[in-house]
Design a protein around this ligand. Sequence first.
Ligand SMILES: Nc1nc2c(ncn2[C@@H]2O[C@H](COP(=O)(O)OP(=O)(O)OP(=O)(O)O)[C@@H](O)[C@H]2O)c(=O)[nH]1
Length: 393
Amino acid sequence: MDGYLGIIVIVALVAILAVGGLWLLFRPKAKDLPPAPPAPPEPKAPVAEEPAKPGLGEQDGGTTTTLPPPAPPLEELIKAPEIEVPPPSAGRMVRLRGRLARSQNVLGRGLLELLSRDRLDDEVWDEIEETLITADVGVAPTRAMVEELRTKVKVLGARTPVEVRRLLREELLAQIAPDLDRTLHTRPHGERPAVVLVVGVNGTGKTTTSGKLARVLVGDGGKVVLGAADTFRAAATDQLQTWGDRVGAGVVRGPEGGDPASVAFDAVAKGIEDKADTVIIDTAGRLHTKTGLMDELGKVKRVIEKKATVDEVLLVLDATTGQNGMRQAQVFAEVVNVTGIALTKLDGTAKGGIVISVQRELGVPVKLVGLGEGPDDLAPFDPDVFVDALLGD
Ligand SMILES: Nc1nc2c(ncn2[C@@H]2O[C@H](COP(=O)(O)OP(=O)(O)OP(=O)(O)O)[C@@H](O)[C@H]2O)c(=O)[nH]1
């Protein structure tokens, strides 16, 4: 019985080994397995937080993707505009004297030539008068000048070229009134900035002068805020923004067609907040009706005066427009209390005599002169340099 049991156990063992060996031989291979379900995609990190590196590929489901070149850093894209440091204004008119000498030859040199003639008869005096009138000196100042010159020439008798030059220089200077106070009031009052209101007819160079003046003041070490209260013309606002950006002056602007007084108010508020020295306000000053102009500028002024004082009302006048420009200037002078004149485009006209007539007719000094289109071509007016430029060295 025991013998049978041993045989059964051995047979069972052989059978188990045989089945195991067969299984090893015929077991299913890996390639026959069904594919594994795809893994859920990894959530992608936001680009800004994990910028891709140049040239790096990405393994994704067994395929290689080449990434586009990375965007440059944001700071490089939004480059801060370079702030310019304009030159100081002192001696600027001397440097720009050449511009006057070129355009004012007829007036200065013409008068010198006439006065140097041996015989000064009525015909020559008529020519002298005509030269002065043509140069926009104005009728009344011309008469006064001719009268004075006639008397002095009589007293002098024979004239050397040096004497003629001295005589004419004295007379022109007297007409320009060198003793007038031409100080531009741009210094702050304690916590409050000075306010300069720039008025004038469109196209005279008002916006350009506001921008150039900002450069003058920044060049002289001041801090400036510009108010684009010429809301009538969108381009004027953009123009002013560019001027401000170039020298790092803040620009306050309003919506196109918005209320100029509200822009002026905000500009003064910003000037106070930023501790600026000067706030320059470029106004629209449309001359459709005198009452309209009076209302607009009057409101701008009243609103500014809620926060500060208007220290300077600068009337911009285009020197090339002659008597027509003078008439428009008079309307402005009747509407606001003009405290100074900025005479632009003096480089492009032979009519420098307008300096004399405008001061006389408006009773206000020329404080600034525009002598070109360049950003630093606005100079504090210096009567001596002006007359010397007219007469040549
Ligand atoms: N040659 C010369 N050109 C000047 C001078 N001042 C201004 N201009 C030019 O005159 C043109 C008119 O100037 P703007 O400043 O746009 O005139 P605006 O009075 O502000 O005109 P609106 O913005 O319409 O009110 C521009 O081309 C200026 O470059 C100057 O002194 N000399």
